[in-house]
Design a protein around this ligand. Structure first.
Ligand code: NAP
Ligand code: 8YV
Length: 324
């Protein structure tokens, strides 16, 4: 039996109490505020075999830890971890899929409804005393009724969003690089074709080079003046300047955004727009779901060091074998 308490796990980034309690109980935990290669001491370099990542991990940081075997990343999206580099080095990378799928889909529908029916603004109206002073809140120009939804990224979360949209009575179409067999939704081979067909575009694709600024001025133009854009995936997927312009000049009707290119900083152009509903990246942010994600980070570490295989390897590192 491996004595897990002798294995040094470096925790890089802000850690939840739930994850900290389990890692401290199980491993030899070393803390670091951010993954700064300059802060790695010779003692750390000599013993760290695992990283529990609550932020980005780049190639330089991995290379500074010669005994590194696994990076267990918090979150299903792992675009801030250089998984391709890890795969080439023989370092395992894991993420936290599935356990957050339904929560993120719930948040997406909340964000969509809020965007078209102005729920945050209506509540502000009430709290500001306007209901008493001025009468009922205005009838909203936006509605879900009659809309056609398009999902960019029909993966685990995309499919959970599609099921909810069906229950709301909306037809659903989607774009992925590959068609998903067995789904009842119309497939579009290009994002432009999807945007031209629907008026409500929901982006839930991973970040990274293949999706960078995919939602651009042309796509927003194709969505049209009744268009609603919802982003629950990654901010890097959108050309934010083009989006702010499209919202400002009526090219599209409204947007609901949970993710941004440079979090937590937002361009003033977006902050100033009344037809943008903005959330601080809260898609998975309930105690229930964040604890489940933290558990999966720790379960991956425990499984790797006790059984020689992780629970949820990312595709770039599925080939990596544990050292015996
Ligand atoms: P997933 O199951 O891997 O689904 C991703 C989907 O995106 C796949 O269907 C994939 O299909 C498609 N895709 C990937 N690259 C594409 C490209 N270049 N063009 C078109 N489609 C592409 O992942 P998931 O679990 O649903 O999570 C999706 C993403 O949501 C995560 O990566 C993360 O960035 C984001 N997320 C955000 C929050 C939040 O709090 N806001 C929470 C969780 C997740 P193909 O490979 O066939 O293209
Ligand atoms: C997390 C997410 O909030 O899982 C993801 O990809 O974006 C969110 O669930 C994030 O990873 C925590 O940093």
């Amino acid at each position: 039996m491996t004595d897990l308490s002798r294995i040094a796990v470096l925790v890089a980034g802000k850690l939840s109490d739930h994850a900290a309690a389990r890692i401290v109980q199980t491993f030899d935990m070393i803390r670091m505020e951010t993954a700064d290669p300059e802060a790695i001491t010779p003692q750390m370099a000599g013993k760290v075999r695992a990283i529990a990542a609550f932020g980005g991990i780049n190639a330089v940081f991995m290379d500074a830890l010669p005994k590194l075997e696994i990076v267990a990343s918090f979150g299903v999206g792992y675009d801030s971890v250089d998984a391709a580099h890890a795969g080439r080095k023989g370092v395992m990378v894991t993420n936290t899929p599935d356990v957050l799928t339904e929560e993120v889909a719930d948040t997406t529908l909340g964000l969509l409804l809020n965007t078209v029916r102005e729920l945050s603004r209506a509540e502000r109206y009430l709290r500001d005393g306007c209901w008493v002073k001025e009468g009922p809140y205005r009838l909203t120009p936006g509605t879900l009724r009659g809309r056609k939804a398009g999902i960019l990224g029909m993966g685990r979360i995309g499919q959970a969003i599609a099921r909810r949209l069906e229950a709301f009575g909306l037809p659903v179409a989607y774009h992925n690089r590959r068609r998903v067999e067995g789904l009842p939704y119309a497939y579009h081979a290009t994002l432009m074709s999807l945007a031209a067909e629907v008026d409500t575009l929901i982006s839930v694709v991973p970040g990274g080079a293949s999706t960078a600024k995919a939602v651009n001025a042309e796509v927003l133009n194709a969505l049209g003046p009744n268009g609603v854009f919802i982003n629950i995936g990654r901010g890097s997927t959108v050309d934010e300047a083009a989006l702010a312009k499209a919202l400002g000049d009526g090219t599209i009707f409204a947007a609901g955004l949970d993710v941004f290119a440079d979090e937590p900083n937002l361009p003033k152009a977006l902050l100033d727009l009344p037809n943008a509903t903005l959330l601080p990246h809260v898609g998975s942010a309930s105690i229930h779901t964040r604890n489940a994600m933290a558990d999966l980070v720790v379960d991956n570490l425990v499984s790797w060091f006790s059984k020689g295989e992780p629970v949820t390897a990312v595709p770039e590192t599925v080939h990596v074998k544990a050292k015996v």
